[in-house]
Design a protein around this ligand. Sequence first.
Ligand code: FES
Length: 180
Amino acid sequence: MSNPPPPPGTDRRSFLKETAAGVIGGCCVLIPAVIGIVAWLDPLEHDAGNGSLLKVALLDALPKDGSPRRVTIIMEKTDAWTRQHAVPIGAVYLVRNGDTVTALHSMCPHAGCFVDYQPARRSFFCPCHESTFAVDGSINDPHSPSPRGLDTLEVEVRGSEVWVRFQNFRTGSRKKVPAA
Ligand code: FES
């Protein structure tokens, strides 16, 4: 016994239904994939602080004797999916001399560990491989494994406020090259 033939127009309706389901299913897969690829190619562009001057401290809060003061850099972090407020993205040491301020990145240029300031020695020390740096960020030990001194960052003193253009730099290189 054979099946009865489909009513006229059934094949066309089935074809349209299957095509529509395929297009909708494709969109459900493709759109998130494209957004993900865009986010991957532009990974958290804002979270490294590149290109933005950030208010990081008040001038009066910095020691007048030139002792470095560590400041955490906090900013809004945005990607294709989320927006987070007040996220710590790094740290700098601020060194005040009169009304001018120098900002030093707290990341060791050797392999990226965070340096500590040691007041008794008036120098920065990296606990990972024992690089040491003078208060101005220069290498003060000829045997230091770090290929360069601590990275300086652009600073603006705007009245009573200290603003820093925060960015990361490549480690392990003699040259100070911004991280991608
Ligand atoms: S990471 Fe600092 S000395 Fe190696």
